[in-house]
Structure formats: C-alpha cells, structure tokens
Write a protein that binds this ligand. Structure first.
Ligand code: COA
Length: 294
C-alpha cells in the first residue's frame, strides 16, 4: 500500500471510492468540491491510498479540518484508513495547526460533523485518540414537494407582503458582487465565500431583500455541496428582523430546490423553530464533532 498526493486527474476513481465508502453522506456527488476546491482557508491537501494500481482510499485536509476520509469497503481492516489519517495529522501539524477536527470546514464542508449513525467511524476515531467535542450539530430536512407551505404562490404572497412594507425581494444577479462585501461587513466568516459559490449556480441560488437599494437580508442554496440543494447561509440585518424577510427568502429558496430535489437539507442549523414554523421539519440528522490535539 502506498499513500501520496492525489490530483484531479484521478477524480473518477476517487468518486468511485467515495460512492462505495460513504454510506451516510452523498460525498460522491460533491467529490470534486470536497477533495479539490478551496475553502476560505485556501486549497486542501488531498491524499490517495493505492494497492498496486488501484485507488482504495482518499482523504482531504484543509486548515484544521479533515474534510473527507474514506476507504473502499473491500480494502478495510488492512491499515489503509490509519495511514490516511496519519497523513492528514502530519500534514496539518506541518501546516502549523494545533488541533484537527472532523468535516466541519467553514465554506466547504461535507457535513457539520460525522453523522451520529456512523457509529463505526466514530468509534474508529475514538480508538485513535480523537475525542467528542461538546457542541451538538444538526441538519434538518424539509419536504419541498407536496408541502402546502412551499409553493410559488406562497413565495409570491410573501414577496408582495414584503413589498407593502417597502422591501424589494428578488433573486440576486450572478455578478452582484456588492452583496458579498455587504455580507462580509455585517456577518463575516465563511458566508461571503459560500454566497459567491451560490451566485455561480444557474439560476443563482441567492435571493435578497433590499430597502431603498440597501441590503437588508439574504438567503442562499447550493452555496456548499453544490448540486445537493442544501439551504444556507441566510441572514437578516438586525434592524430588519421580525419583518418576514427570512421567511420570504427561505420559501423562495425552497421553491428553487423543489425543481431538482424532493427535500431540502438545511445544514448546521441555528434556530430550528424558525424552520418548523415556515415550512415544517420532516426529519433531522445529528452530527458528532470529533477533535484531536496534534
Ligand atoms: C473509518 C475507515 C476510514 C477505516 O478504514 P480502514 O482502512 O478499515 O482502517 P484501518 O484498517 O486502519 O483500521 C481498521 C481496523 O483494522 C485493523 N488492522 C488490520 N490490519 C492492520 C494493519 N496492517 N495496520 C493497521 N491496522 C490494521 C486496525 O487495527 C483497525 O482496528 P481497530 O480500529 O480496532 O484498531 C473506513 O471504515 C471508512 O471508510 N468508513 C466510512 C467513511 C466515512 O464515513 N467517513 C466519514 C465521511 S468522509
């Protein structure tokens, strides 16, 4: 077995490994983004593990996060996962990181942790010195088809109600980069990075609310895990909260997602009651965040 750098020319083989290995996440559908695209912290380092000519495992580490770590089921139990994990840990330490965490890379995350149903992988990491962090993480799933609260008519009704209060609610333009600066100033973090990706979706996966030409709220889908129809990020400037803008923008995004998906996954949620109220939560996924001091 050999572990070494993996580049995009082997995306097809890497995607096949993820498809076979990751039973809890749709990693194969976003393989390119997770393995090779940057996050706000820059490009990841991506590793492959080969037995002979066959790629049997992949891992990507970016900043202080392991983005992906997977070994084909037929190649497990032979030390390949351990070797890939060690490669990630050595690499992150060499890059100056002092701790490493699982999956939750701001701006480019497969999931906000390891799905708690993926008990074998969690236990495998715990046997290797990884510990559970206390922060709980949750995604919620919203039905976007056959859901009376998700329709073009309701989106239109909410947009009209906002207009009566002086707000223009509309889809963002692909070249609307001034939105990124406004969100960076008010909210910061990885949100502008995710919005930039969502603006590249066709049509753009971003809806905005403005008053007198000034941004008051935004919401996006397909800004992370592009193609999976995930919702987020969303934010309303504090002076404009309580005016129904978050609701109008969420429904506009859910109507978009319904074109290609039956459910919308809202990642790394903040206030769950908001999603219950606006559209109803069909199911949730809980995640365990694991960390290791380097
Ligand atoms: C977790 C995972 C990466 C482990 O891969 P693996 O290649 O089977 O890992 P290893 O072989 O190193 O370890 C598995 C067992 O084989 C044992 N083993 C057998 N031969 C070995 C050898 N020659 N050297 C080291 N370990 C060996 C290990 O001791 C280990 O047992 P332990 O955990 O009780 O110590 C793999 O199960 C996987 O891909 N899971 C799903 C991926 C996933 O969901 N990832 C999260 C989203 S990206």
């Amino acid at each position: 077995m050999r572990v070494g750098p993996l580049d995009r020319s082997q995306l097809a083989e890497a995607t096949a490994v993820l498809a076979a290995a990751c039973a809890f996440d749709r990693a194969a559908d976003v393989a390119d983004e997770k393995l090779f695209d940057p996050s706000p912290r820059g490009l990841p380092r991506t590793f492959g593990a080969w037995e002979g000519e066959a790629l049997v495992g992949v891992a990507a580490v970016g900043g202080a996060r392991i983005r992906v770590l997977a070994v084909a089921p037929t190649a497990r139990g032979r030390g390949i996962g351990s070797a890939l994990l060690a490669a990630c840990e050595v690499d992150a330490k060499a890059a100056g990181e002092t701790t490493l965490r699982t999956l939750d890379q701001p701006g480019n995350y497969l999931a906000p942790g390891i799905d708690e149903a993926n008990a074998e992988t969690i236990a495998w990491l715990e046997r290797r010195g990884w510990v559970r962090a206390s922060e709980p993480r949750m995604n919620v799933l919203i039905d976007v088809r056959d859901n009376p609260r998700v329709s073009a008519e309701r989106a239109e009704y909410l947009i009209t109600a906002a207009a009566r209060r002086g707000y223009e609610v509309r889809r963002a333009e692909a070249d609307e980069i001034e939105l990124l600066a406004a969100v960076a100033t008010e909210f910061g973090g990885a949100w502008p990075f995710e919005l930039e990706r969502a603006l590249r979706y066709v049509p753009t996966g971003v809806h905005v609310a403005l008053k007198d030409g000034i941004y008051c709220a935004f919401a996006a889908h397909d800004g992370n895990n592009q193609g999976l129809g995930w919702f987020g990020p969303t934010g309303t400037w504090p002076a404009h909260r309580g005016q129904g803008l978050g609701e109008a923008l969420l429904v506009a995004c859910l109507v978009d997602v319904a074109v290609t998906h039956a459910q919308c996954e809202v990642a790394w949620i903040g206030p769950r009651p908001f999603y219950d109220k606006v559209a109803g939560v069909a199911a949730d996924r809980r995640f365990v965040l694991l960390t290791r001091a380097l």
